[in-house]
Ligand binder design. Structure first.
Ligand SMILES: [Zn+2]
Length: 112
């Protein structure tokens, strides 16, 4: 989430912004406006107040691969599979294949 919102910089439709892929600390900082989310398509920093995305000049928070792999597991997929889908594809360049594989293994080893 938030889904299907246009980036205020590049005007591309981002299928899913994956706010929930940030660490808990970063999620808090984004909501309070101290940090920005990164547009997966143009890398610009975008503010997110819980509802909508707007332009931001704050420091860009990086999405957390462990968080992303845990999220994918909750959807009963691996992050590796998710990154091949339409929604996941914009994020496919974020991490190397080896990093994704290792995060998937760690997520699979965690208790539900
Ligand atoms: Zn953008």
């Amino acid at each position: 989430m938030p889904p299907e919102m246009k980036c205020p910089f590049c005007a591309s439709l981002v299928p899913d912004w994956h706010f929930e892929w940030h660490s808990r600390e970063d999620q808090q900082a984004i909501i309070t406006g101290e940090k920005a989310m990164q547009c997966p398509l143009c890398s610009a920093g975008v503010a997110f107040d819980g509802f909508t995305v707007t332009k931001s000049e704050e420091v860009v928070a990086q999405r957390n691969i462990r968080q992303a792999a845990r999220w994918a597991r909750l959807q009963n997929k691996s992050l590796s599979d998710y990154l091949q889908t339409r929604e996941g594809q914009p994020y496919s360049e974020f991490w190397s294949e080896a990093e994704v594989r290792s995060a998937d293994n760690l997520a699979a080893a965690e208790p539900e």
